[in-house]
Design a binder for this molecule. Structure first.
Ligand SMILES: Nc1nc2c(ncn2[C@@H]2O[C@H](COP(=O)(O)OP(=O)(O)OP(=O)(O)O)[C@@H](O)[C@H]2O)c(=O)[nH]1
Ligand SMILES: [Mg+2]
Length: 435
């Protein structure tokens, strides 16, 4: 159990060996402990095919502005690199262009910072056109202030780690070209966003409530989505959300209508997973897709309760939600992977103030309880109404039976007598038939 050390990367072969370094600056406030942050960084490096051979953590009053690390540490790293055959220095922070260049010159190692590593993993994961453009935009915005004296530094960085990033493209850009390229990509994203908006408006027209799955990467959001989709219909895999035991399996939002036996219907949205210190360039670039979270009526915070770090991961999720301005949306905590936990521990984990539901998305255990809680949340805007619908109003009659939560119904001489949960929109529509 515990740390997601078992999370498989997407690259089987190791592309390099790294020494990992993290610094805690006393005066700098952080939501994440250095220990948690470093453990995550190792996971991330694993996902990018980098083996970590040694970890250094340091507490300091300040960062060296030119070299990030002090000369003593640099000497230590040189010796360690020789001893372990490490060719990469992985830094748990975002470095400036000058820091990268100076460290490279001193150490003769490839210098990779946390942001660049995450960008690289995203670049390798992105499948949709929009996802690819968003990652490209994030990468360029990260590169731009790091261009030192022309294009040399950038070309080295922009190729991605081990020159695999961004679809193996080596970018040889100077600052002017990068500005133009950024504008072009922004325009393309804007155009795609418009297309997506059409879809969004279509969903809105259905007047269904939207439930969004959010949470730390690899928590089981997509698995839960598919479990919901399978409840009422055996579906083909191409209509499912991709699931994989790896970081950032999902990048593109994925929407499906979920219809449960009791006519409870809602739109379920699957989203990109989070990690601590998610680079701002990425959050910004993904803002247009993450906006879907902001529009949701209910958020399901999916946490992997079998992971020792689950409280930390929940905190990360809450922080990102806040950053998105979605902190006021009602939510439920879904404690996933309960099958991996012994029941005693589960009780400990339940000691949370918020409503939390332990489930196994994989086996479906606990889903019924989760549905009850979802229903409580999303049906609270519904009212119970009595209606009499004449038989000649065929479509109005069918709609009520098929799309609303009916409590009781009876066919009498004057039509269908029905008691059902109606939302504001349906109350208006059925105004004539209300008793
Ligand atoms: N044992 C167990 N494994 C689970 C459960 N739910 C999901 N998993 C596994 O956890 C891994 C990640 O699942 P995903 O559904 O892809 O996770 P995600 O939250 O969508 O991850 P990202 O898309 O990367 O953010 C997969 O290997 C799943 O099979 C569960 O309830 N129990
Ligand atoms: Mg997913």
């Amino acid at each position: 159990m515990g740390r997601p050390g078992k999370v498989k990367g997407f690259i089987d072969s190791v592309i390099g060996k790294a020494i990992v370094v993290g610094i805690e600056v006393y005066s700098r406030k952080s939501d994440v402990s250095l220990e948690d942050s470093l453990a995550e960084l190792k996971e991330l490096s694993h996902a990018a095919g980098i083996e970590t051979v040694y970890t250094i953590s340091q507490k300091k009053n300040r960062i060296e502005s030119g070299t990030y690390l002090g000369s003593g540490k640099i000497g230590e790293i040189k010796a360690l690199a020789a001893r372990f055959g490490a060719d990469i220095l992985l830094v748990d922070d975002e470095l400036s262009g000058i820091q990268i260049r100076n460290l490279e010159a001193e150490l003769d190692m490839e210098i990779i910072d946390r942001t660049s590593l995450i960008l690289d993993i995203f670049a390798n994961r992105a499948k949709s056109k929009e996802g690819k453009l968003q990652v490209e935009l994030a990468r360029m915005r990260y590169e731009k202030p790091r261009i030192v004296g022309g294009s040399t530094q950038l070309s080295k960085q922009a190729g991605g780690i081990g020159s695999r990033g961004l679809g193996e493209k080596k970018l040889e850009l100077d600052r002017r070209t990068i500005d133009k390229k950024i504008k072009d990509v922004e325009r393309s994203i804007e155009a795609l966003k418009k297309q997506r908006e059409v879809q969004k408006n279509k969903r809105k027209k259905s007047h269904l409530q939207t439930v969004a799955l959010i949470g730390y990467t690899n928590a089981g959001k997509s698995t839960l989505m598919n479990t919901f989709l399978r409840i009422n219909n055996p579906i083909k895999s191409k209509h499912e959300s991709p699931v994989a035991d790896m970081l950032f399996a999902t990048l593109d939002p994925f929407h499906r209508k979920v219809k449960l036996k009791n006519n409870l219907e809602f739109i379920l949205t699957d989203t990109v997973g989070f990690v601590s210190k998610l680079p701002h360039t990425l959050v910004d670039a993904f803002m247009s897709t993450l906006e879907e979270v902001r529009d949701a009526d209910l958020l399901l915070y999916v946490v992997d309760i079998s992971n020792d770090e689950y409280e930390h991961q929940l905190k990360v999720t809450k922080n990102v939600v806040k950053e998105l301005g979605a902190q006021d949306i009602p939510y439920l905590i879904v404690q996933n992977k309960k099958d991996r936990l012994d029941p005693e521990k589960l009780l400990e984990g339940c000691d949370l103030l918020e409503t939390s539901v332990p489930i196994s998305a994989l086996s479906g255990d606990g889903i019924d309880e989760l549905i009850v809680e979802i229903e409580k949340k999303i049906m609270k805007d519904y009212e119970i109404k009595d209606l009499v619908i004449p038989f000649e109003e065929g479509s109005m009659l069918n709609y009520i039976l098929e799309n609303t939560k009916v409590i009781e119904h009876e066919y009498l001489d004057d039509g269908l007598h029905v008691k059902a949960h109606l939302n504001k929109h349906d109350i208006k529509r059925y105004n004539l038939f209300l008793v």
